[in-house]
Write a protein that binds this ligand. Structure first.
Ligand code: 9MR
Ligand code: 9MR
Length: 776
């Protein structure tokens, strides 16, 4: 059936799930309520047919109905058991506790068998909406959780259901409802009933509510832009479509084009083209095959706000500075993180990880990478590059100038996008090994916590020791490239800062050439690895930026000597990313003024690559210029998709031809809802949008006092690898586009990150800019 989510074979899938959870035995297997799946099933009838079977194992909980008092259940002494409510377990929880484990009701002696999948079901209510933790865990330190769920419990009793795979044989695990740190200002009551835990469960597969089968950009289309939609249908012959305005009148119609089975979704689809309709308006819907799409606008304006929102994201990622309520209202204000105030240990006096340097550095400032609080030079590099680059290609003061973002520096006469970029660039400069020290001029790879922190966690409350990780060639070349670029873009605004950057870039370049093979290890604790053993692309990118800034022969020679200057395969199907940056050098050499010999070939190569992405886009019924090898969508696929759109954008600048700009615009349709799961990946954009991204400080789904990520935050997106435990359990067997879940625990599909908002900002700025950018 149409709305069924295609999956690969179950047998294969179960083995894989087992393997991964065994490997990550110390990682919480987190789940979300089955209650949500039930409502999804209602909206997707086909899924209801595949209702989850009952677990086959015996009941492991005695007196889970509380029909015979409360024994053998326990409660911590600060919890008052309410004996006036027979047939359930009601507990009065004190206010003011600071840790979830400070108030518990629970049940010990649950036997677990390694490799067995269990289903926990219970009914719960609370006098005020609360997010307790439901855990099945080791009953001694380190209290390793095998299930960690965060049910949204409200006054009306609800039934919650979770599955997990036990990675251990354990005779006596503990089932606990941790009720502390609930943010309550007065005592509240939690009631529990009908608790069941049984083995032999089937995995709790996630069934997204994919809504109407007509898939559109849920935000809107530009009046003069391409207007494509995708219809999911069993039909093989063309069908009629109708475009309706807000009052339901048909304003255009036509016939769909059958496209067969789309590989990225395994759905049979048709495409719809209503480009010829250009009348501005709101509340349009598209009707086909008896289905009415989610509403959308035809307008010019929304890319202006998307550009601004996507850029404003960086303010909230800032480390080392208070986030001000007047600049970011809505619950986003927070104290400065990592400025040496306890419990923080960084980032003013940060030592090296054991075995590293014998000195400390001030590496405060910069942006937190993503939902974690690490700061990584490699990923900071591509992100800050894209922000500076979107300014450099456009120079549009109306859209990007001073005062456009409402950040602390607004009003200083410098374009806000550059002020924001400078916040990161200043940090990157601090990561350079000082003169006189071993490996002087190289850049430390990263600074992050010694051990992973849990969620949620405000940056200023992070208690972990912060450490510097050994210098790498890749980090050093990221510094060389961005500092060379900063020297160019900041020159008109701050000559001293520009000069400081150029000096740092030269030093970094020299150091990287002297140490061309220092690589980050593939494994990493407490922060991401960002390992990359191929650095020819970083050398090429850095040489290109240094040449563009200085015009000097040594850098020009390095560009010309690099095989990557003429390689035809640097624009890959999956797109450029932090570990593959040759495209950045090539794009800038094509776009920015320079005297490189045979620059025509450089430009032609970008146009050829763009033609390739356009061909991919046309071949994809969902209109994405992205077709990774073997249909394996990458971690952060949304950034790969948008980066391919950016290549189209540069080709548009180089040629002035509309087809490239149209390709950029059509790419955004996928991001904003024209996709297999029928949802926008940008918070606050589109009727159904991602808003539970993995982040430690906008963790609303774990702590009701925190907001969701701010408007304009893009999620990583569909990821065939489903590496986190939640996605691994709930998306097992997913096909490409379906490998996504808007759940805070799914860091491999749903994290926010500086390198993902950067291409979103770039593309939004491009679309909102004058067609074709400015003349060169
Ligand atoms: O929160 C972390 C996220 O930023 C990373 O992308 C991800 C992969 O490195 O790891 C996340 O942290 C998890 C850690 O790897 C394992 N324990 C649970 C952590 C939070 O979910
Ligand atoms: O974006 C990174 C992706 O390419 C890697 O496959 C993945 C696993 O190493 O890590 C991603 O980066 C994460 C980083 O390691 C830690 N901070 C959050 C990043 C986004 O998830």
């Amino acid at each position: 059936m149409l709305t069924t989510i295609p999956r690969r074979g179950m047998a294969v899938m179960r083995t894989a799930a087992l393997l991964v959870l065994v490997v990550s035995a110390s990682t919480a297997a987190v789940a979300v309520p089955g209650a949500a799946a039930a409502s999804d099933a209602a909206a997707a009838p086909a899924a209801a047919a595949a209702a989850t079977p009952e677990p086959t194992g015996p009941e492991l909980i005695t007196n889970g109905t509380f029909d015979s008092g409360h024994s053998p259940w326990f409660a911590t002494s600060n919890v008052t058991v309410d004996t006036s409510t027979p047939g359930q377990f009601c507990a009065v929880v004190p206010a003011g506790t600071t840790k979830p484990s400070a108030a518990i009701i629970g049940y010990n002696n649950v036997p677990l068998v390694k490799g067995e999948r269990y289903r926990l079901v219970f009914t719960a209510s609370a006098t005020i909406e609360r997010l307790p933790r439901a855990l099945v865990q080791l009953n001694v330190a380190p209290f390793t959780p095998y299930l960690e769920a965060v049910p949204d419990v409200v006054a009306t009793p609800g039934t919650y259901s979770y599955t997990f795979l036990s990675p251990v044989d354990l005779p006596a695990a503990s089932l606990q409802f941790q009720l502390g740190a609930a943010g309550a200002s007065s005592p509240w009551t939690f009631c529990l009933d009908n608790v069941s835990l049984r083995g032999g469960a089937a995995p709790d597969l996630f069934v997204p509510d994919t809504g109407p089968r007509v898939r559109v950009n849920q935000v809107g289309y530009l009046p003069d832009g391409p207007k494509g939609a995708t219809l999911v249908t069993d039909a093989t012959k063309p069908l009629r479509w109708q475009l309706k305005n807000a009052s339901g009148r048909v304003v255009a119609d036509g016939r769909t084009t059958p496209r067969g089975v789309d590989i990225s979704s395994a759905q049979n689809v048709h495409s719809i083209d209503f480009t010829r309709f250009t009348r501005q308006g709101t509340g349009y819907t598209l009707v086909a095959d008896g289905q009415t799409s989610r509403p959308f606008d035809i307008d010019r304006k929304f890319y202006d706000s998307l550009r601004t929102d996507a850029l404003k994201f960086y303010y909230d990622q800032r480390s080392g500075i208070e986030i001000r309520n007047d600049l970011r209202p809505g619950g986003y204000a927070r104290p400065a993180g990592h400025v040496g105030v306890a419990p923080n240990t960084g980032d003013l006096v940060v030592p090296c990880a054991p075995g590293g340097c014998d000195y400390t550095l001030d590496v405060s400032g910069g942006w937190y990478d993503a939902g974690d609080q690490g700061k990584y030079v490699v990923n900071g590099g591509i992100s800050v590059y894209q922000l500076m680059n979107l300014w450099e290609r456009s120079g549009d003061r109306r859209a990007l100038g001073d005062g456009t973002l409402a950040i602390p520096e607004s009003g200083n006469g410098v374009p806000d996008v550059l002020d924001e970029a400078r916040w990161e660039q200043e940090f990157l400069l601090k990561m350079q090994v000082p003169a006189g020290k071993p490996l002087a001029g190289m850049a430390f790879a990263k600074v992050h916590d010694a051990a992973w922190t849990g969620l949620p966690m405000l940056p200023n409350l992070d208690p972990q020791p912060r450490q510097l990780y050994p210098p790498t060639t890749a980090a050093t070349l990221n510094l060389a490239a961005t500092a060379a670029q900063a020297a160019r873009v900041f020159r008109p605004f701050d000559r001293a800062f520009a000069a400081k950057n150029l000096a740092a870039a030269r030093t970094a370049w020299t150091a990287a050439n002297a140490n061309p093979a220092l690589f980050a290890p593939a494994t990493s604790v407490g922060g991401g690895p960002y390992a990359d053993n191929v650095v020819s692309d970083e050398f090429y990118w850095a040489a290109a930026e240094l040449y563009l800034t200085t015009g000097e022969k040594q850098y020009r020679d390095a560009v010309l000597a690099s095989p990557l200057n003429t390689a035809t395969d640097i624009f890959t199907p999956g797109g450029f990313f932090w570990g593959s940056v040759a495209a950045l050098g090539r794009l800038d050499l094509a776009l920015l003024p320079n005297n490189l010999p045979d620059r025509r070939a450089v430009r032609a190569s970008v146009i050829t690559a763009a033609d390739g992405y356009l061909a991919t886009q046309r071949a994809q019924p969902y209109g994405v210029p992205y077709a990774p090898i073997n249909n394996k969508w990458d971690w952060g696929s949304n950034s790969g998709i948008l980066n391919n759109a950016a290549v189209l954008g540069v080709a548009g600048d180089l040629t002035g031809r509309d087809k490239y700009r149209d390709g950029v615009i059509e790419t955004m349709d996928y991001i904003l809802g024209r996709n297999a799961i029928n949802q926008s990946y940008v918070t606050g954009y589109g009727e159904v949008n991602s808003h539970n991204q993995h982040t430690r400080w906008y963790a609303h789904s774990l702590d009701l006092s925190m907001p969701n990520p701010p408007v304009g935050t893009i999620a990583g997106g569909a990821n065939s690898g489903i590496q986190d435990p939640l996605a691994h359990e709930r998306l097992a067997g997913c096909v490409a586009q379906f490998c996504y879940i808007d759940n805070i625990q799914s860091y491999s599909t749903n994290e926010e990150a500086i390198n993902w908002n950067a291409p979103l900002a770039w593309v939004a700025a491009y679309i909102s800019d004058r067609p074709g950018g400015h003349d060169r």
